[in-house]
Design a protein around this ligand. Structure first.
Ligand SMILES: O=C[C@H](O)COP(=O)(O)O
Length: 250
């Protein structure tokens, strides 16, 4: 039985005041759940605040990105070792916004993924097709290609210390979530690809769904056999919504 994960991705949002209010607001639900892990991925500028606020709470925190170097002349970057020092658990890798606006490739994502694991952090590998790719029936090809560097080069065993987030690009921030059937179909395909290498790893890996998850659709998404939680954007910024999503996870 895989535990669910409800993970927020704040993206480029927040103020010191809103971070304080949000974390205070979601804490009771995070403390109450026995079947889900709760986490928030924050912009780097809030990491010190978040790590202090969440110390001795069941809420884990993550970063939204990391550099591929651990130190050096790389202005503006944050390294896995810095994140680790502050108590980071998860780091998003290859979110579609990073792929779109920062030119991240499947290969560079795999590089980051490997480096994070080397430093004891858990990569959350984000994959998913665009609308054009779905409409031209290429969803499975895209998923296979995005997973290939991890499955074929780094090795299936690395997925024992990683999380996958399936986020169809067309569902992100649009209010049009994938239906539970559409999401389940892709999640099952992801698990099947992994099972071709290792049935044991495929059974254990947590695959989150992301894309317009809200309190109102979380229950039906979480009821699907291969959906192990959610990576939540907009609704993760609203206490009532994120609270409802945590409760939907059990
Ligand atoms: O990482 C989160 C996703 O991009 C989903 O964002 P959204 O919930 O605002 O659609």
């Amino acid at each position: 039985m895989r535990r669910k994960i409800v993970m927020g991705n704040w993206k480029l949002n927040g103020t010191k005041e809103s971070v304080e209010a949000l974390l205070t607001g979601i804490l009771p639900a995070a403390q109450a759940t026995t079947t889900a892990d709760v986490a928030v991925c924050a912009p780097d500028i809030f990491i010190d605040q978040v790590s202090r606020k969440l110390a001795d709470t069941p809420i884990a925190w993550g970063a939204e990105n990391n550099d591929v170097h651990t130190s050096g002349a790389y202005t503006g970057e944050t390294s896995p070792t810095m994140l680790k020092e502050f108590g980071c658990t998860y780091v998003l890798v290859g979110h579609s916004e990073r792929r779109q606006y920062h030119g991240e490739s499947d290969a560079s994502c795999a590089h980051k993924y490997a480096l994070l694991q080397e430093h004891g952090l858990i990569p959350v590998l984000c994959i998913g097709e665009t609308l054009e790719e779905r409409e031209s029936d290429r969803t499975n090809d895209v998923i296979r290609k995005q997973l290939a560097p991890v499955l074929n080069d780094l090795g299936v065993e690395t997925l024992k210390n990683a999380v996958i987030a399936y986020e169809p690009v067309w569902a992100i921030g649009t209010g049009k979530a994938a239906t539970k059937e559409m999401a389940q179909e892709v999640h099952a395909f992801i698990r099947q690809l992994i099972a071709e290498k290792s049935a044991e790893v495929a059974q254990g890996v947590q695959v989150l769904y992301g894309g317009s998850v809200k309190g109102a659709n979380a229950v039906e998404l979480f009821a699907q056999e291969d959906i192990d939680g959610a990576l939540v954007g907009g609704a993760a910024l609203i206490v009532e919504e994120f609270d409802a999503i945590i409760k939907a996870a059990g």
